[in-house]
Design a protein. Structure first.
Ligand code: NAP
Ligand code: MG
Length: 404
């Protein structure tokens, strides 16, 4: 069989620890035998980030903006312990944060669903995608802890010199204060990313905030979404038979639980952080959660939602074969290849991406799986727990058949 051709390179961001090992297995077994792979390669492994003073992360993000599609391996975000483990020059920033600040945009998280793993919520039939705004609010807040009574005020001095001041609270005893912000530009691009992704994946879009209580802050989110929708997407949504639906977060939570799934739920930063963990756990496992960053100008970065699986890596270093689940990393590759095929009008490549996913699901449906998910499967289904490489080879067998 001739290998599938590519025209534009995929931006490849290699990473750390166990996921770096899986990365190579996936390429060797599932990609390189079938595709004449073109990548623009960046080694985001911690050793190389340190060698380049983290310049490599910036270069990779800029390449993502240039070529449009990237696939990223999980990476270590250094902490005190990693400083000595890797004798680092500096405690480098989280690569995901660096990439996000260059690309801007929204993170979409979607669980991989299979028939034999039933969600905890029994009426959920289709995956629920969480779209998390990744800028501002409590993640960029200024805080004060005071032990004495006093008056708390908030002031804003405009560039024009115009001043606004309001009393937050006349505090009769010690307490806590927090100042948060967000930016119209960021909310605006969050909205564009969500509407684009909904059209892209042919799903309804739900958006929720607490605008009844937060009459200016959350209301600004609601209004900007409404304006962006009316001006740019309403006609497209109607044509595609899709719905945009705004509701209060309390109402959304209740509706999500009662729903069948199969839609995108756009959330403010904190809501998205919490709700994505809830949704992924209710669907099964973090190892089955995919993640894609979509920038407002239409660039895509695919990755797994989990980390570098350090505990398994230390076992691997001792010579043990591990049963680490590669599904989310495989889906990062398949998502990126499919998108590349779609953008470059290469139906063969687009189809190949979809076939990787089909072969992976078939393997799980045949009861062949890694240790982490065996316990989640319906008790009457026969399963066999395999190592990562055995699992990937089982997928390859099915992929070869599908492509024949
Ligand atoms: P983690 O790598 O997601 O792993 C936490 C635990 O979850 C593992 O020990 C394992 O449980 C289970 N798990 C996660 N993914 C799995 C998989 N694919 N297959 C099987 N089990 C899986 O999180 P962490 O241990 O907190 O973080 C490790 C490193 O990853 C840190 O340095 C962190 O900075 C980095 N990180 C990177 C990203 C990213 O690049 N996007 C995201 C999060 C964390 P058992 O040990 O019980 O088997
Ligand atoms: Mg979280």
């Amino acid at each position: 069989m001739d290998k599938i051709k590519m025209t534009t390179p995929l931006v490849e961001m290699d990473g750390d620890e166990m996921t770096r090992i899986l990365w190579k297995m996936i390429k060797d077994e599932l990609i390189l035998p079938f595709v004449d792979l073109k990548t623009d390669y960046y080694d985001l492994g911690l050793v190389h980030r340190d060698e380049t003073n983290d310049q490599v992360t910036i270069d990779a993000a800029n390449a993502n903006k240039k070529y449009g599609v990237a696939v990223k391996c999980a990476t270590i975000t250094p902490n005190v312990q990693r400083m000595s483990e890797y004798t680092l020059k500096e405690m480098w920033k989280s690569p995901n944060a660096t990439i996000r600040s260059i690309m801007d945009g929204t993170v979409f998280r979607k669980p991989i669903v299979i028939d034999s793993i039933k969600p905890v919520v029994k009426n959920w039939k289709k995956a629920i995608t969480i779209a998390r705004h990744a800028y501002g609010d409590v993640y960029k807040a200024a805080e004060i802890r005071t032990t004495e009574p006093g008056i708390a005020k908030m002031t804003f001095t405009g560039k024009s010199g115009k001043k606004e001041e309001i009393v937050i609270q006349d505090m009769k005893c010690g307490g806590i204060l927090q100042g948060m912000h967000n930016l119209d530009s960021s909310i605006n691009s969050f909205a564009h990313s969500c509407f684009k992704y909904a059209l892209d994946t042919n799903q309804d879009l739900w958006f929720s905030t607490k605008d009844t209580i937060s009459k200016k802050y959350d209301n600004a989110f609601k209004q900007i979404f409404e304006e962006v929708y009316e001006e740019h997407y309403k006609t497209k949504f109607e044509k595609a038979g899709l719905e945009y639906f705004y509701t209060l977060i309390d109402d959304a939570v209740a509706r999500v639980i009662r729903s069948e799934g199969g839609f995108i739920w756009a959330c403010k930063n904190y809501d998205g952080d919490v709700m994505s963990d809830m949704v992924s756990t209710a669907f099964g496992s973090l190892a089955m959660m995919t993640s894609v960053l979509v920038s407002p100008d239409g660039n895509y970065e695919y990755e797994a939602a989990h980390g570098t699986v350090t505990r398994h890596y230390y076992k691997y270093l001792k010579g043990e074969e591990t049963s680490t689940n590669p599904m989310a990393t495989i889906f990062a590759w398949s998502g990126a290849l499919t998108k590349r095929g779609e953008m470059d009008n290469l139906p063969q490549l687009e189809n190949f991406g979809k076939m990787i996913e089909k072969a992976s699901i078939q393997t799980l449906d045949d009861g062949i799986m890694t240790k982490d998910i065996v316990g989640l499967v319906d008790s009457d289904k026969k399963t066999v727990s395999v190592t990562s490489i055995e699992f990937i080879k089982a997928i390859r067998k099915r992929l070869t058949k599908l492509l024949a």
